[in-house]
Structure formats: structure tokens, C-alpha cells
Design a protein around this ligand. Structure first.
Ligand code: G3I
Length: 380
């Protein structure tokens, strides 16, 4: 009980790990001051956190993380809901939050086929606009949004999820109207709007060889044209058996050879079974609810939690091993209750994919990550 009280006290004032050093006192170690020395350690913020409604999560985000990404407020649907009308209220608050807490602020995302309002790629009759109109809309959107936060955002996810798992271009409205050129154009406009800002391409399932090779071809093509690309973001929405550590390592190594930095941009690890054996990474799958695939509504059994801890830790060990090329690892949410994985790919489940639990307490893996970091040679 005494230990519990001490731990609770430590964490309630923003302490992430009791190392047992300093003659039994809690040493105030956080993720941001430990693993954050090697690469940025980030979290995403949702609107309740940005507007300060969810105070407990705000405290964790501020104390534990040295980078933030917006979960929704900078997507076109949120920030530019109608032609000629922008809504910057939440996005402004997001950037203010990061500056207040000395965090690297990441922009997410400028060009994505989802969270895309109908008006952006269609005319008044609902037909695809011409290539010229779409180029003009992309340019205006990117100049306005990137320009507004010029000098305040460390890097933008310029294009998100442009490829299918087989390495072909996703048949998005952007691709349908502009062909492959929509990607170089987006990178060009973003660089023109803020020449000092880092620019990223972001996608999931990079452990799949055809997709990874397509993304590496894209990186080389952008480099050949002297367009800025600093890093490729690997999202990292993990399942129990997939991708494997080896698959993720292969992606890190291959990307590094293409002379870009690597970021793990949307990390979470489900504790729940997949509804279907060969479920891919498609973000918009929506399977029917079934209680047999929602087994932990009342909490995770100890053995399942221990397996989850070891699994998550093994990915952090991998990231530390490749700290020379990894520049950021961002968790896709602060605590379990916030996670989109409670609703994907089956709505209404209770999942446990993040580093902090539903009561905003650090999970055992946090202390393990900190210890692992402290045992990592500081050769960076
Ligand atoms: O804002 C409305 C709200 O007014 C309404 O009451 C509520 C009712 O459902 O919906 C709210 O919008 C939801 C929004 O999240 C904010 O909660 C949308 O329906 C929902 O589709 C949206 O989902 C987000 C999704 O991207 C689409 O933008 C998820 O939270 C977010 O985690 C997810 O993040 C994406 C990354 O950006 C890219 N990679 C994949 C990742 C997971 O899909």
C-alpha cells in the first residue's frame, strides 16, 4: 500500500519512473528526459486535450513527451471544411500547447484521401475537378496552412497513405485527377510555404516489400528533382503477430539506405485479437462486433498484460538499436481510453494499446523503457 501511494504520488506530479536510485527516493525520470535524448518521443493530442478539457492527459502529454502531433485538427476536413473557410481555432491551440511545453510540433497532414471534405476535389455537380483546379486548391491550402505556422512547426506529414499494399498508387481523388504528380507538387508547395520546415511522407505497412519499394522509389524521385524530403514516417499500428520485429527492422534499414531519416509516427499495439486472420493495415475496415473478439472488457489478465509489455518493449529495444536513423517515435494517443483502436477495426471494443492506462497511470512498460534507455550506450 505504501509503495502504491508513493508511486501514485510520483506519477500524479508528472514522474514516470522510480528507479530505486537516490537512496530509495523516486528519481524524477520521464520518457522525454530519457529516451527523448535519443529521438523525439511524441504523442498525439485530440481536441479534448488541446482545448484543456482532459486535464489529466494534458499533464501526461506535457511531462512525458517532447513532441506532439494533432490527431485530427489539422486534417483538411477540420481546418478547411469549406472552400474559402478555414477554422484554425483548435490548430492554433495545438501549436500553442507545444510551444508552451517546449515540444517539437508536428503537422499532420496536408494531403490525404481521408478526412477530406467533398468540396476539395469535386465541382458543384459532384464531378472531379480539372487538374488545374485541384493544383490551385492544393497550392492555396498548403500555402495557407503551412504559411500560418511558418517557423513554429518542426515538420509536416505532407502526403499520407498514397500507396496500396501491393505498391501501386492508391486510387485516391488526388491520384485520379493529377496522377503521380500530386506528390511532388505537394512537397514543392510545402517547401515554398516554409523553406526551413522538415517534410515527411507517411504510410503504414512498410514491412510489406512491394509497398516499401514503391515508397523508396518515391523518395529517390523526389531527391532526383531536388525536392525536400527529410524522413519517411512508418505509422506502427501493431498487432500481436504482425508486423514482426524483423519486418520492421528491414523497413528501417532499407529506408536509411535511401538517405532519409525514419520516424515511427503512429505507434500503438492492440491487446485484442484480429477479427480476421489476414487483416491488412487498411484504416477503414469495419468488422461486425462479436463478444468473442472483445475479451478484456473488465481489464487485462496479468499474463496478457505481461506479454503485451514484453512485446511493446521489444519494439522500443529495436528503436534504440537504430537510434542513429530514427528521429522520432510518436504514440498515437496519450492513454488507452483515447485510442482510435477502441473503435477499429471493430467498433465498441475495449483495447489497451498505449503506454498509459485508462486511469492515466503509466503502465509497467514505461519504467522498463526508461531502464532500457539508461542501459543504452550514449553514442549518438
Ligand atoms: O468530430 C466529430 C464529432 O463532431 C462527432 O460527434 C463524432 C461522432 O462520431 O465524430 C467526430 O469525428 C471523428 C474524429 O475522428 C474526431 O473524433 C470522426 O468521425 C472519425 O472518423 C475521426 O477518426 C480519426 C481518423 O484518423 C480520421 O480522421 C481518428 O480519430 C484518428 O485516430 C485517425 O488517425 C489516422 C491518422 O490520421 C492517419 N493514419 C491512420 C490513423 C488511424 O486511422
Amino acid at each position: 500500500m505504501k509503495k502504491l501511494l508513493l508511486t501514485t504520488l510520483c506519477f500524479s506530479i508528472g514522474i514516470s519512473g522510480c528507479t530505486g536510485k537516490d537512496s530509495g527516493h523516486c528519481k524524477e525520470l520521464t520518457l522525454r528526459e530519457t529516451i527523448g535524448k535519443y529521438f523525439l518521443i511524441g504523442t498525439t493530442l485530440n481536441n479534448r486535450q488541446i482545448t484543456g478539457t482532459d486535464k489529466e492527459s494534458c499533464a501526461i502529454a506535457a511531462n512525458q513527451f517532447n513532441s506532439i502531433s494533432p490527431e485530427g485538427c489539422m486534417k483538411i476536413k477540420a481546418i478547411h471544411p469549406e472552400e474559402g473557410r478555414y477554422d484554425f481555432a483548435v490548430a492554433d491551440g495545438f501549436v500553442d500547447f507545444g510551444e508552451k511545453h517546449q515540444q517539437a510540433v508536428i503537422g499532420h497532414t496536408l494531403v490525404w484521401h481521408a478526412a477530406l471534405p467533398d468540396w476539395f476535389c469535386t465541382d458543384k455537380e459532384g464531378k472531379d475537378v480539372s487538374p488545374e483546379v485541384l493544383k490551385q486548391r492544393m497550392r492555396e491550402h498548403i500555402y495557407t496552412v503551412v504559411g500560418r505556422y511558418k517557423g513554429r512547426i518542426k515538420g509536416w506529414d505532407v502526403v499520407n497513405e498514397a500507396f496500396a499494399d501491393d505498391g501501386t498508387y492508391r486510387n485516391s481523388p488526388f491520384y485520379r485527377i493529377l496522377g503521380e504528380e500530386f506528390i511532388p507538387l505537394a512537397f514543392q508547395y510545402a517547401h515554398e510555404a516554409d523553406p526551413d520546415c522538415e517534410l515527411y511522407y507517411n504510410d503504414f505497412n512498410l514491412h510489406l516489400t512491394p509497398k516499401r519499394e514503391a515508397i523508396i522509389r518515391l523518395v529517390k524521385e523526389l531527391q532526383r528533382r531536388n525536392l525536400r524530403i527529410d524522413a519517411v514516417g512508418m505509422q506502427g499500428h501493431l498487432w500481436k503477430g504482425s508486423p514482426t520485429i524483423e519486418g520492421v527492422e528491414c523497413a528501417i534499414v532499407d529506408l536509411a539506405k535511401a538517405d532519409v531519416k525514419v520516424m515511427v509516427t503512429e505507434l500503438d499495439l492492440t491487446a485484442l485479437p484480429a477479427p480476421k486472420k489476414d487483416l491488412g493495415g487498411e484504416a477503414w475496415a469495419d468488422f461486425e462486433y462479436d463478444a468473442s473478439i472483445d475479451p478484456y472488457r473488465d481489464g487485462l489478465p496479468d499474463d496478457v498484460e505481461q506479454q503485451w509489455t514484453e512485446h511493446m518493449l521489444s519494439f522500443f529495444k529495436l528503436f534504440l538499436k537504430h537510434k542513429d536513423v530514427i528521429t522520432r517515435v510518436t504514440l498515437w494517443g496519450v492513454s488507452d481510453g483515447d485510442s482510435w483502436r477502441n473503435g477499429w477495426p471493430v467498433r465498441g471494443r475495449v483495447d489497451y494499446p498505449l503506454l498509459f492506462d485508462r486511469s492515466h497511470q503509466p503502465k509497467p512498460v514505461v519504467e522498463r523503457i526508461i531502464k532500457e534507455t539508461e542501459n543504452t550506450p550514449n553514442d549518438k
